[in-house]
Design a protein around this ligand. Structure first.
Ligand SMILES: Cc1cc2nc3c(=O)[nH]c(=O)nc-3n(C[C@H](O)[C@H](O)[C@H](O)COP(=O)(O)OP(=O)(O)OC[C@H]3O[C@@H](n4cnc5c(N)ncnc54)[C@H](O)[C@@H]3O)c2cc1C
Length: 418
């Protein structure tokens, strides 16, 4: 692993980083790999890393149409938690929670994981019924979560209006202490650097335009830089998963939506936990001091990474109602991503109708938190050809058998189509 002394840092700063070694190589694609992973987002990169580390499969290419980490992995609001309703989801997301605390050490890269706790606020009796149900289900599954009173919420998040006259009254909420945030692009860069160090090729600016099949089996991918043959191929393309699946001749039961977020100007520390207000807005304060504000999806299907102004206005207004002290705070910047939401709001992971073609998509509005766990179990699936026990319930076959895993409402945002 490359290390820099303070002198080399100063020298590189003075020379405008000339001679600064790249964190990962930019190789030309080889004609053939054992595994080609389509998509250098969080899930694709983590899968490549665990394939190399856990299964000794390093003859792997991660093929990315744009730049590594340019997708949703670095466009999200970085919330990490495992408070999902169904046992299948709770255990899968909790696998990620098990890996998050050691991730910086594992990758030798500071991913700034900050387990500062998360409050889900209930603003109605219906919200409270739903939160109680979720907390009890989690407790039954042995996963840490508890209920909070309004007074306890006011103590943990003093800037939230918990007064009896609040426009969005606070009825109470739920709490997960081990939840928190992490630095999103550091997660992508950390996995990329660690995978590269184990021999994985990161091929950027290389859009996949076709999936090559021979006799019902996958044989590689067609790209804008030519054909790359592979024994196994994995589709890990998040918002564009439907488009890539159609290249292999099958359809996915999901819809792509634009989802936005924005940050405020940096301020002194005012919120040291994460707060999700059911269907309204989610907020945390970054280490730089910006309030990181999560929004809902746009109400129409789209592959755009730019959302609409009305949604920004709605959320800005809601922010000032929930947090009156933010009334004069200015918005610094906003952005959007494309989220792929399956009909049951749970990810799709496993085999496909094409032999040796695997898929890991449909993480929708909540796939940042799951990256370490997803990469770990999906690498197992690709390496062994059989789903990891934690991934088995999330196969494409559930849409034929009817064993759907409904996680509608698991996200704090209003997800259109749910
Ligand atoms: C505004 C917003 C807020 C969010 N907040 C949270 C949050 O707080 N917590 C949470 O857990 N989740 C959150 N999410 C969801 C989370 O970001 C996604 O579920 C997750 O990042 C998706 O997985 P990924 O990182 O692998 O996707 P991506 O980073 O999108 O990776 C997919 C990659 O595939 C590439 N690709 C697509 N088509 C092709 C092709 N034909 N050839 C080659 N490459 C291709 C894309 O360019 C992209 O880089 C949020 C999402 C958004 C948009």
């Amino acid at each position: 692993m490359r290390r820099y002394s303070i002198w080399s840092l100063l020298r590189n700063a003075r020379s405008y980083h000339e001679g600064w070694a790249e964190a990962w190589r930019s190789p030309e694609p080889k004609p053939e790999y054992d595994v080609v992973i389509i998509g250098a987002g969080g899930h694709g990169l983590a899968t490549a890393y665990y394939l190399a580390k856990e299964h000794g499969i390093a003859n792997v290419a991660v093929v990315e149409k744009g730049w590594l980490g340019g997708g949703n992995v670095a466009r999200n609001t970085t919330i990490v938690r495992s408070n999902y309703l169904s046992p299948e989801s709770a255990f899968l997301y909790d696998k990620a929670m098990e890996l998050w605390p050691g991730l910086s050490r594992e990758l030798n890269y500071n991913v700034m994981f900050s387990p500062r706790g998360l409050i889900n606020v209930g603003h109605s009796h219906e919200d409270m019924t739903e939160l109680r149900r979720r907390v009890r289900a989690l407790q039954l599954n042995g996963i840490e979560s508890s209920m909070l009173t309004t007074a306890e919420i006011a103590k943990k998040a003093p800037i939230l209006d918990c007064s009896p006259t609040a426009p969005h009254p606070v009825f109470g909420g739920s709490w997960q202490a081990k939840a928190g945030i992490a630095r999103h692009d550091a997660v992508a860069w950390g996995y990329a650097r660690a995978a590269d160090a184990r021999g994985v090729d990161m091929i950027q600016n290389c859009e996949v335009t076709g999936i090559r099949r021979e006799g019902g089996r996958v044989a590689g991918v067609e790209t804008v830089r030519g054909t790359i043959r592979a024994r196994k191929v994995a589709i890990v393309t998040a918002g564009h998963s439907g488009v890539v699946a159609s290249m292999a001749g099958f359809r996915l039961p999901l819809t792509a939506y634009t989802m936005q977020a924005f940050v405020s100007e940096p301020m002194k520390p005012m919120l040291d936990t994460v707060v999700m207000s059911s269907k309204l807005v989610s907020v945390s304060q970054s280490d730089k001091g910006e309030l990181v504000i999560g929004m809902s999806t746009e109400p129409y299907a789209s592959y755009s990474q730019r959302g609409s102004l009305p949604e920004i206005e709605r959320v800005a207004q809601t922010m000032t109602e929930l947090y009156p002290c933010t009334r004069r705070v200015r918005m610094l910047r906003k952005w959007g991503g494309t989220v792929d939401v399956p009909v049951d709001a749970s990810p799709i992971m496993g085999k496909t109708p094409v032999e040796n073609l695997f898929i890991n998509v449909g993480w929708g509005t909540g796939g940042f938190k799951s990256i370490p766990g997803s990469g770990f179990v999906f690498a197992h699936t690709i390496a062994t050809g059989e789903p990891h026990p934690l991934a088995a319930p999330f196969g494409l076959d559930r849409f034929a058998s009817g064993r759907l895993i409904s996680e509608h409402g698991a996200t704090g945002a209003l997800v259109h189509g749910e």
